[in-house]
Design a binder for this molecule. Structure first.
Ligand code: EPU
Length: 425
């Protein structure tokens, strides 16, 4: 298993280009199932989750060509041989559940393995299923699989209120509604930029989706959707991660290209409160850290609140602060897996229920660490950037799910880091 080795202490300087958004690309790849014919996606990040989705689409019978160099993916969902997402693929990536809505909508039937729990929490999919049921689908659970069927072959438009804003739940029901008969109105929708991006491509395909980015959406179903060409928006979480990385090492001055700053407002406000300078400079965003870090409290919330996917990286920054800060996680119940590893590096963090109380310390010491989720792994790499001595972040296959060549991007900004192939697990 690969590891990333970091020797701390070097400020980050120079430029980093942000890749396409993983969490926008995954639902859009699944949306290709809604149309017959060739679709071209550009600015697709070269990530393990994209490979897993490509494997799933191939399993279903699509022709898929992934060109990592050009960051392009071509999909033709012309002849589907199966309507099933097997456990082997769903267990690798929960977002596989995003084929459920498109398959029932276009083929009247889908069989998708239940994802089960994962490192960051139980993560049920009851809202996905209730939404489909409201649209007339009959849902059965069979030997660990969800089987959804539209008895008349086509789903029908419905009114549905989500019990909580769920990102992939909203996306699944949007895709289902795009081909349903009649109008669907969804309340309490997730408002994440990735949901808006999905609405943009559905509309490009000929759907009629209105209200994405707000909590109420109207979707008028159409008979057929067309293939499309689209360039994916930049990854706000990757951008936020490099902002925190720069903020964590005194003397850093980096320019990020390909960032939509409006999608990162909550994070940027918190970084500024912490004493980090974040400026828009033409097409770039410049992040500078040249003074002490002030403690700032953070509570994660659905967009436009502070993203849960940035909590671990911000917590690491707070280990540098002069004083106490409190990170409260409201989205997932088990998202502090980075804390015991940071403690091993000398951080003072106490978990109390859903909060982590962080006392800033003067230094962290490098150590061998590992985490069992993507963002926690990224936070440990950031810790390594300023820790004394060497840090080895193990099991970086988690990191590779969501960050394209992180070690290369950091090295290009002057960090002393490298990938160690086949390190101890
Ligand atoms: N929830 C339910 N029932 C449902 C759906 C969700 O109870 O049917 C709960 C979840 O357990 C959680 C909350 O609702 O407590 C919100 O979860 P959500 O459904 O929004 O999460 P998700 O759609 O599974 C996406 C991202 C995650 C990100 C979350 C929250 C993708 C592919 N994944 O997950 O990204 O953390 O939204 O913003 O879009 C990551 O990239 O590292 C990552 C984990």
């Amino acid at each position: 298993m690969d590891a990333i080795r970091v020797r701390g202490g070097r400020p980050l300087k120079g430029e980093v280009k942000i890749s396409g958004a993983k969490n926008a690309a995954l639902p859009i790849l699944c949306a290709t199932l809604l149309a017959d014919g060739p679709t071209l996606l550009k600015n697709v990040p070269a990530l393990r989750d994209i490979d897993t989705t490509a494997a799933l689409l191939r399993f279903l019978g699509c022709d898929v060509v992934v060109d990592k160099e050009r960051h392009e993916v071509r999909v033709a969902a012309t002849r589907l041989g199966r309507v099933e997402a097997p456990y082997e693929l769903v267990k690798q990536m929960r977002a596989s559940v995003l084929v459920l809505g498109p398959l029932v909508a276009r083929h009247g039937r889908a069989k998708v393995s239940l994802p089960g729990g994962c490192a960051i929490g139980a993560r049920p999919i009851d809202q996905h299923l209730k939404g489909l049921e409201a649209m007339g689908a009959q849902i059965k659970l069979e030997r660990g699989y969800v089987v959804a069927e539209a008895p008349t072959g086509r789903l029908k438009g419905a009114d549905f209120v989500f019990d909580m804003p769920t990102v992939t739940g909203t996306e699944n029901i949007m895709m289902a509604a795009a081909l349903a008969k009649g109008r669907t109105t969804l309340w309490n929708c997730a408002r994440e930029p990735e949901v808006e991006e999905l609405a943009r491509i559905l509309n490009k395909m000929g759907a009629r989706v209105d209200g994405a980015g707000t909590d109420v959406m109207h979707i008028d179903g159409v008979e057929q959707l067309a293939p499309f060409e689209h360039s994916i928006i930049p990854d706000r979480i990757e951008a936020g991660t490099y902002m925190c990385a720069a903020a964590a090492v005194e003397g850093s001055d980096v320019r990020l290209s390909g960032v939509i700053l409006e999608d990162l407002e909550a994070l940027v406000m918190k970084l500024r409160q912490a004493g980090v300078t974040v400026d828009r400079e033409g097409e770039h965003v410049r992040v500078r850290r040249d003074g002490p870090i002030k403690p700032v409290n953070v509570t994660t919330a659905p967009h436009p609140g502070f993203p849960t996917d940035m909590q671990a990286q911000f917590l690491v920054l707070m280990t540098r602060a002069k004083g106490e800060s409190v990170m409260t996680e409201t989205i997932f119940e088990n998202r502090f897996m980075h804390v015991p590893e940071l403690t091993r590096m000398g951080a003072h963090v106490e978990i109390r229920g859903r909060s982590a109380i962080v006392q800033g310390v003067d230094r962290l010491d490098g150590a061998s660490v590992m985490a069992t989720d993507l963002r926690a792994s990224a936070s440990l790499v950031i810790a390594g950037l300023f820790a004394e001595g060497e840090t080895e972040v193990r099991r970086v296959y988690h990191l590779d799910r969501g960050y394209e060549h992180m070690e290369d991007k950091l090295r290009a900004m002057g960090a002393d880091c490298e990938r160690v192939k086949g390190a101890e697990g």
